[in-house]
Ligand binder design. Structure first.
Ligand code: UT7
Length: 311
């Protein structure tokens, strides 16, 4: 058993102000609202801000939600695939803007990155850190060719954050997880330095469903729960059809699944914590109930975790 357990004590999310609708794309690309809605479930998305500005806003909300001060945070973990510079890490900028005095580092596991960050945060708490701020923030619009209809309508900007706090081992709430990557699949989704995202959509779709299903199963097995025990599913928000296909295979209903992609598009690291915040605000989960987080993305990475909710 670990020396300590961890639990979520705060959360927050942030989206840029500019709304870009399917109709806006219809006006300038060879696409239409019906295609985008049917193939993806996305109706609109937000664009603007920077990876650090969105992260800071989400983190400030999480601190306020938890009733904590910057000095209470012992470590900052930023998941991002759109850092502001190659060096240094964007987490440092965020650390300074938030007034934190703790250590900070970036991780890049693409759209699975937030769940990777959650597990890293939990692991740091298990060995003694008191509180970890885990942020997922991405500004994918900056690495998306806005003239390419196959990617422009999908990718957008947003951020979310949670605060993990140390607890007695018997109260531990991060119960089981699975982290993975298949590096042989780099060519199906990547972005070179200074370039734009390139994606083999159909291939990513197929692999995403398989990865989500097997990873979620592994995390649930390790947590000692089954699909029936899950009160809330918080999947990566890439495509409603991917979520439906994975849910069907896992025996999870869409009614208990957090969905924000219709208004956010795919925000990579931001998507899981954005969906979590929205679901919590809607009252979709109660203290003591189990949440299944699941993400997948470029790499090709995947990550799932089962967390007992409680505040
Ligand atoms: O964050 C993780 C990474 N990303 C993902 O998870 C995305 C995974 N993939 C997907 O979500 C889907 O594959 C897409 C939404 C990207 C595409 O949907 P699809 O049903 O797999 O369509 P497709 O790629 O098979 O394309 C069907 C047709 C093609 O035309 P032809 O070749 O049949 O004539 C495309 O050129 O749709 C065309 N198309 C579009 N048409 C209108 C592609 N993009 C568009 C568009 N508007 N925006």
């Amino acid at each position: 058993m670990n020396m300590y357990g961890s639990k979520v004590v705060g959360w927050g999310a942030a989206l840029p102000d500019e709304v870009v609708t399917n109709k806006d794309f219809e006006a300038r690309l060879e696409t239409n609202d019906a295609w985008i809605t049917e193939r993806t479930g996305i109706k609109e998305r937000r664009m603007g801000g920077t990876t650090s500005s969105l992260a800071v806003e989400a983190a400030q909300k999480a601190l306020a939600n938890a009733g904590l001060q910057p000095s209470d945070i012992g470590l900052l973990v930023l998941s991002t695939t759109t850092p502001e510079q190659t060096v240094p890490a964007t987490s440092g900028t965020i650390q300074a803007q938030l007034g934190l005095t703790c250590g900070a580092f970036d991780i890049n596991a693409a759209c699975a990155g937030f769940v990777y960050g959650l597990v890293v945060g939990h692991s740091m708490i298990a060995t003694g850190t008191e509180r970890v701020l885990v942020i997922g923030s991405d500004t994918l619009s900056k690495i998306t060719d806005q003239q390419d209809r196959s990617t422009a309508v999908l990718f957008a900007d947003g951020a979310g954050a949670v605060i993990l706090e140390r607890t007695a081992p018997e109260d531990n709430a991060v119960l089981g997880w699975d982290l993975g990557v298949d590096g042989s699949l780099v060519p199906i989704l990547y972005c070179d330095h200074g370039g734009y995202l390139k994606m083999e959509g159909r291939e990513v779709f197929k692999r995403a469903v398989l990865a989500m299903v097997s990873s979620a199963k592994t995390a649930m097995e390790r947590a000692g729960v089954t699909a029936d025990d899950i009160a809330l599913v918080v999947p990566h928000q890439a495509n409603i059809r991917i979520i439906e296909a994975a849910n069907n295979r896992l025996g999870l209903s869409m009614e208990k699944t957090a969905i924000v992609l219709d208004t956010t598009g795919n925000t990579s690291s931001g998507s899981v914590p954005l969906a979590l915040s929205a679901a919590v605000e809607k009252g979709m989960v109660n203290p003591g109930e189990y949440i299944l987080f699941s993400g997948f993305g470029a790499g090709m990475t995947w990550a799932s975790a089962v967390v007992r909710w409680g505040k």
